[in-house]
Design a protein around this ligand. Sequence first.
Ligand code: ZN
Length: 453
Amino acid sequence: MRTVINGAHVATVDGSGTEYASGHVVVEDGVIVAVGDGAAETREGDQVVNGSGCLVTPGLVNTHHHLYQWATRGYAQQATLFEWLVALYPVWSGIDERVVAATTSAGLAWMAKSGCTTAADHHYVFPSGSGDIMAALVDGGKRVGTRLHVVRGSMDCGKSQGGLPPDSIVESTEQALLATEEAITTYHDASPGSRVQIAVGPCSPFSASGELMREGAALARRHGVQMHTHLAETTDEEEHCVEQFGCTPLEYADKLGWLGPDVWLAHGIHFSDKEIQRLGATKTGVAHCPSSNARLGAGIARVRDLLDVGCPVGLGVDGAASNEAGGLGDELRQSLYLARLRGGPAAITARESLWLGTMGGAKCLGRGDHIGSIEVGKQADVAVWRVDGLAHAGITDPVAALVLGSLPPLDLLLVGGETVVRLGQLTTVDEELVAADLAAASRLLADRAGVTA
Ligand SMILES: [Zn+2]
């Protein structure tokens, strides 16, 4: 089955930033087989898409999420990160496989509707007796049809060990490592068209022990999978590290073997000039989460500086409890806004924000060779945005319409050539049923935690 998109403005996000004002994209067997200027020839049986009035981009790549948090939105609205975590840990302690099934479907469905074709979910809460949470995540990804990178997260450092979370929701170090290895051997698929990959993800310096970080790195490198953790999100975290370990969060990560091209760090806000250089030298990735950082008042990441030293930087929505909106398309604009609030109007271009949301994210996840741009031989993960409606008609630059304007209607979203969204509607799941399941899961968690509305 071939799909031919003709007559669209195509922003390929390839290495030269090639764009075609009226171009084509041809997809066959899930892979991009042609991209270029003008119209491609069509054959009988092709699915032909009239791209006139549309912008075609690579599908967006989300590098940091906590899908389970879809069921805990609206809590602790004025809190700092640490206050917010302390308020939410008891609610999260009620999660189980049923809640995760509902939140995975809802979160990924919403992601897809905002143009996202690949999402990384950092899941680090595994209460005892909560069932098979990994299976619930992987099944949810299959149901919605997006690619899913499950970061098998872990916490082994509860309050009694000097950590932030209550002891009741942490695992033992050994248990966390064994379960992470099992997730890799059960689910990780390294093929170019892979729909499921696993990464190793001790949660943060204030909830995972040094041993878990060090052993986790060794485990990841033994299996050739990526590594992910939260780092340098707040000044509270920095104070915690200086107090407990006598160094900054980045120095701590460096000591434990947590820098390199196989690592991407969530947030990465509070770095010194020297630390930025070190990140660039090691080609460590950063998942920039602008809305979450603004919602929690955590600070503004130094995205311009990170790009200038050659770090792969991707975008993330972060968990839905610290970003109640949760759509990746909007983060394109948020990333541009925050970079410009920090560095002025020339700090970043609309096209660089698009790069963060596509190719930058693909590189963070270790998949830059297979997704993140529209190039022959790459996976056919493609978003077709309509930019000739009331919100965008007449705009001189379709990429500015996507990044600076309101999020355009999504006419078509292909993942590996398969349609997941058509004319703004999900084709894989029933949106109303998914929303009803999400509401039920949210109520269940509130009831379990004794929260009254
Ligand atoms: Zn996070």
